[in-house]
Ligand binder design. Structure first.
Ligand SMILES: Nc1ncnc2c1ncn2[C@@H]1O[C@H](COP(=O)(O)OP(=O)(O)OP(=O)(O)O)[C@@H](O)[C@H]1O
Ligand SMILES: [Mg+2]
Length: 251
């Protein structure tokens, strides 16, 4: 049987305000443990909204999320800060690093949040991660002194420090040049392969999406394609991405 780490059933999200904005509609999706999944779709289709719900950053309006055996309903998301910090890593396009701290201090931030001053072993772990991703020389630099690609690697190190089961990335290469973007993707793919970290990544770039194992396409808050890249092959998958026809019919 497939080993599913994350599953949603009938997930809905509406932003309430002066005007209510329904964004996600009855989404059913599954993420396999250890897989690399890309989430694509037009601007405004709900990709970031979905990622924020899956990452337990923002409560869904209705429907359930099964996060590795733990059922998360709209009511209990807000109690899950500790769970989230322990099991989930985030990489964003604008990495939300704290400019008044060094790279090393930023990487240790989730540990501070989790339990106060990190143990010396955790500091050594941060250094190991920095070495592994080639930023050990940046340890004592402040964020403003780093290039975009370097900052993104610091944010990846920060996402890894608690050894999460799952990493969510929202356009992680969006503001990088091609070369730095590839380096960041190579690193994510390596972490996925070697450490079995499950990756879910939003991207608008077809070639970036083709590096994933599975691709979901969202259109207007509904899943309209699910593509198995290995099974279909890259050429057929690329053609399916270009196609305007939804491959999953409305129930
Ligand atoms: N906090 C919010 N309050 C109200 N509406 C929101 C909020 N965040 C997003 N929306 C709306 O929800 C819809 C989906 O937004 P979302 O950011 O999820 O799209 P996206 O697919 O990530 O787009 P992009 O590719 O441009 O990043 C949009 O219509 C947006 O205006
Ligand atoms: Mg977005």
């Amino acid at each position: 049987m497939a080993d599913v780490i994350l599953k949603t059933s009938k997930l809905n999200k509406t932003y309430f305000g002066k005007v209510d904005t329904p964004v996600l509609f009855d989404l059913d999706l599954q993420i396999l443990r250890g897989s690399f999944t890309a989430l694509i779709g037009p601007s405004g289709s709900g990709k970031s909204t979905l990622l924020n719900c899956l990452g337990l950053l923002d409560p869904q309006t209705s429907g359930e999320i099964d996060f590795d055996g733990r059922l998360i309903s709209a009511q209990n998301v807000n109690d899950l800060a500790g769970f989230r910090n322990a099991h989930i890593g985030f990489i964003f396009q604008f990495h939300y690093l704290l400019p008044e701290y060094t790279a090393y201090e930023n990487i240790l931030l989730p540990c501070w949040i989790r339990g106060g001053r990190p143990a010396p072993e955790t500091g050594r772990e941060a250094l190991r991660i920095m070495e592994h991703i080639g930023i050990e020389k940046l340890k004592n630099k402040y964020i403003a002194e780093l290039s975009g690609g370097q900052q993104q690697r610091v944010s990846i190190a920060r996402a890894l420090i608690n050894r999460p089961k799952l990493i969510f990335a929202d356009e992680p290469t969006g503001n990088l040049d091609r070369e730095s973007g590839h380096a960041v993707l190579d690193l994510m793919a390596e972490l996925n392969r070697e450490n079995n970290v499950t990756m879910v990544m939003v991207t608008h770039d077809r070639d970036v999406a083709l590096r994933a194992d599975y691709i979901y396409e969202l259109v207007d808050g509904r899943i309209c394609k699910f593509l198995d890249v290995k099974k279909m092959g890259k050429t057929a998958t690329a053609a399916a991405i270009e196609s305007r026809t939804c491959l999953i019919e409305e129930p």
